[in-house]
Design a protein around this ligand. Structure first.
Ligand SMILES: Cc1cc2nc3c(=O)[nH]c(=O)nc-3n(C[C@H](O)[C@H](O)[C@H](O)COP(=O)(O)OP(=O)(O)OC[C@H]3O[C@@H](n4cnc5c(N)ncnc54)[C@H](O)[C@@H]3O)c2cc1C
Length: 482
């Protein structure tokens, strides 16, 4: 048995991204999925910038752009004709890409890398030890297969067998809301470059463009609402901008969700990613993005441990950081859902507050970065953040579009020293990178004052501070690299 091998259970978008990311780093993977065929359907349609970064790195962005619909703005429609339009720059704009295309692109990339998905294999039991993981999987004809690996990633969705077998509790509550979702052709005038939230007196309605001239319509409805084209037309009339008609329905369903986060995302050699680890309200299209970011957080750490570059203790940070991200997202989507679903009595107050926040720019400053994932904050589990930061530098545990990663230095910590062109910081930065070749790369920004920013391989700020904090940073990094 190859103890470096990673068994990935579930070939939804999160399992597929994990398979691609590990394969391209040379880590052997086995991917199994219970389904006989890839799951179809558009499901998660919004890819926000951090997920798109992954597509960029994998060289899949051009094809994603070709298949998707660019979104230029979010629109909050307070009443027919009263629209608060929030234009989104490239750091904040999502791409509409149906989930079946996301999966198709990732699976094609996995095949190109020589990998494959073994379908029709449902994992039913797990046995773990300090050295390895053994899974029992069953085929449709009842025959059983034993799969062994050094590590396991449970990407098997919200009803995760992996989570249950590991005895991990999925804490939370069901959301007392039923959502109706329909897709098809809309006749009439609507903004095909914006995701529109229609906040009418009779409820909220999302209208979003889909590729091929189609649109998605979704909203909260009473529990026993019939899922028919007539219902969708009624919702469009009651909550929409007026003059829209659904002329062809390609999909319609109702669903409920929950607000749940697994009590831990890691048990020994097993990790949970995606819906297996968290579910929340669909408002703002965050679910898939949260899962894809789980994968991004895990992959550089797991690869580093497998290759012996990082001390195994780094893996515990996966659980703590991503559980924090999930809890922040559950809270944010919960707040957003309550805000868009306010009853008639509170509408006037909410709409006045929204209009004011729009006029002052506050709405764009708060809503877009939240949805685009820029407001997620990690606790300092790696222990690299210093006692103080400098004004103008990003806070440890955050990500900032002003501090992008150099995409050519994948999987490395990126140290950016700052100071005059002949500053000591250049030499100290170079010396630190030379001590940890292949782990830290260094570049210098010429500035008046001296300081540094250390970016992690996933773009989060590991540390930022003044020159005086540099010796401490070098010492803490040595511990991390074992
Ligand atoms: C109708 C609908 C609309 C949605 N709309 C949105 C949206 O607009 N925005 C958004 O962000 N999210 C949306 N979602 C949620 C989104 O689809 C999920 O967040 C996303 O699919 C999670 O991906 P995943 O890879 O974690 O899990 P999944 O996509 O659920 O994939 C899990 C995979 O694991 C396999 N599997 C399960 N059990 C086993 C087992 N025991 N052994 C082997 N394989 C197993 C399954 O066959 C499946 O292929 C929507 C979901 C639905 C159903």
């Amino acid at each position: 048995m190859n103890t470096n091998k990673v068994l990935i259970v579930g070939a939804g978008p999160c399992g597929l991204l994990a398979a691609v990311e590990l394969s391209r780093r040379g880590v052997p993977v086995t991917v199994v999925d219970a389904g006989e065929e890839p799951a179809g359907g558009s499901r998660a349609i919004l890819l926000w910038p951090h997920a798109l970064e992954s597509f960029d790195r994998l060289g899949l962005r051009a094809e994603a752009d070709k298949r998707g619909v660019p979104v230029e703005a979010l629109g909050c429609h307070l009443a027919p004709g009263t629209v608060l339009r929030l234009p989104a720059d490239p750091h904040h704009a999502p791409l509409v890409l149906p989930q079946e295309d996301t999966c198709d692109l990732l699976e094609a990339e996995l095949r190109r890398l020589g990998g494959t998905v073994e379908r029709g294999l449902r994992v039913t039991r797990l046995a773990t030890s300090a050295e390895s993981v053994r899974a029992t999987a069953r085929r449709a004809d009842g025959t059983e297969v034993t799969l062994e690996a050094g590590w396991l990633i449970g990407a098997d969705g919200h009803r995760s067998t992996v989570r249950a077998e590991l005895g991990i509790v999925f804490s939370g509550t069901p959301l007392p809301v039923t959502f109706l979702i329909a897709e098809g052709r809309l006749a009439g005038d609507y903004d095909t470059r914006a995701v529109g939230y229609h906040l009418s007196r009779s409820g909220v309605l999302l209208v979003a463009p889909l590729p091929g001239g189609r649109a998605r319509i979704a909203g909260a409805v009473p529990e026993d609402t019939a899922v028919t084209p007539e219902t969708v037309r009624r919702l469009l009339d009651e909550r929409g901008p007026g003059g829209l008609d659904l002329t062809e329905t390609t999909f319609a369903a109702s669903f409920t969700s929950g607000e749940r986060v697994a009590n831990t995302f890691r048990a020994g050699r097993c990790f949970l990613v995606g819906d297996a680890a968290h579910v929340h309200a669909p408002t703002g299209g965050q679910g898939l993005n949260l899962g894809l970011e789980d994968v991004r957080n895990l992959v550089w750490k797991l690869t580093g441990v497998i290759e012996g570059r990082f001390a195994p203790s780094i893996l515990q940070s996966y659980d703590i950081e991503r559980r924090a991200a999930a809890e922040q997202t559950v809270a944010a989507t919960g707040r957003l859902t309550r805000a868009v679903m306010m009853g008639p009595a509170a509408l006037l107050v909410r709409n006045s507050a929204l209009s004011l926040a729009h006029r002052t720019g506050l709405l764009a400053r708060l809503l877009l970065p939240t949805l685009a994932g820029w407001r997620i904050r990690y606790p300092d589990v790696l222990g690299l953040a210093g006692p103080q930061t400098l004004r103008g530098l990003p806070a440890p545990g955050t990500r900032s579009p002003a501090w992008p990663l150099d995409p050519d230095q994948e999987d490395r910590f990126q140290l950016i020293s700052m100071g005059p062109a002949d500053d000591m910081m250049i030499r100290r930065g170079r010396a630190l990178a030379a001590q940890a070749p292949g782990l830290v790369v260094h570049r210098h920004r010429v500035t008046k004052g001296s300081g540094f920013v250390l970016l992690r391989p996933d773009g989060y700020v590991a540390a930022a501070g003044p020159e005086t904090d540099f010796t401490r940073l070098a010492r803490e990094l040595r511990k991390l690299f074992g």
